[in-house]
Design a protein around this ligand. Structure first.
Ligand SMILES: [Zn+2]
Ligand SMILES: [Zn+2]
Ligand SMILES: [Zn+2]
Length: 258
């Protein structure tokens, strides 16, 4: 088995934006659980139409817990109402939704929402991973909301038809991405440049930050993150407090006051 340690943005090029009506075939069997795939490509199933009121609630609180959940298996929820679900191979953790208010669809295919994975699906796939049902629900939610779709879809494709039997080999899909490694990789991929002002900080890496667009430090996906120098970072909404930091002062004195 090839060891993957994080998100590969190059995967998105091959995998993104395949959308279809709901279909189902067996991707792999894990203790008789079916994954979801179309023509050999793993896909995720989710409800694409959101009520306007739900959407307003989510965006107001910035709460991923209030979105619909993304399904990784042909789980009971889907069996109950298969017609409601769309599938996608988009793997960065953001999903296209259509907002519906009193019969009218607003902004068709224009809105991307981050979504967490269905905890029933995770439990089915990795029975030992989440705390027992009804216990530590906060932890369960946190892990499900940090599901690593890219790793899952990629390994699902590589390993289709292999009977998975080591949960240890699979738990990397669920949350707790190594933040230090992720942040380093993302900044290195950007050649240690600020995405806004372009300053190169190869020699001063501590002045180069990773900013979370949605303000949630749990959502470590490239689509939700921007590489910014401390000065541009402080210009982001609700970040003015950074201007009081010592390192902000040092940075301005060293680079911006010339
Ligand atoms: Zn599910
Ligand atoms: Zn900058
Ligand atoms: Zn930030």
């Amino acid at each position: 088995m090839v060891a993957f340690t994080g998100f590969r943005s190059s995967w998105l090029v091959q995998l993104s934006n395949v959308e279809n009506e709901f279909e189902h075939e067996i991707l792999f069997k894990y203790k008789n659980i079916n994954g979801l795939a179309i023509s050999g490509t793993p896909v995720f199933a989710y409800q694409k139409v959101l009520k306007k009121s739900t959407y307003d609630e989510i965006t107001h609180d910035n709460a991923i817990t209030k979105t619909h959940k993304v399904h990784l298996t042909y789980c009971q929820k889907i069996k109950d109402a298969p017609g409601k679900y769309h599938v996608t191979s988009r793997a960065d953790g953001f999903f296209k939704v259509n907002i519906k208010s009193s019969q009218k669809v607003i902004g068709k295919d224009e809105i991307l929402l981050p979504m967490g994975a269905c905890q029933f699906c995770i439990r089915e796939l990795f029975p030992d991973f989440l705390p027992p049902l009804g216990q530590d629900s906060e932890k369960c939610t946190e892990l499900a909301n940090n599901f690593n779709y890219a790793d899952f879809i990629f390994e699902g494709r590589l390993l289709s038809n292999i009977a998975f039997n080591e949960y240890g080999a699979l738990n990397r899909f669920v949350g707790e991405r190594d933040w230090y490694q992720f942040s380093r990789d993302l900044r290195a991929k950007n050649n240690w440049n600020c995405e806004d002002c372009g300053i190169n900080l190869l020699k001063y890496k501590h002045f180069l930050h990773v900013h979370h667009i949605n303000h949630s430090h749990y959502w470590n996906t490239p689509a939700n993150c921007r590489v910014l120098c401390i000065s541009c970072h402080a210009e982001q909404p609700n970040h003015a407090h950074m201007k009081g930091d010592k390192s902000y002062e040092q940075f301005i004195t060293q680079f911006k006051n010339k």
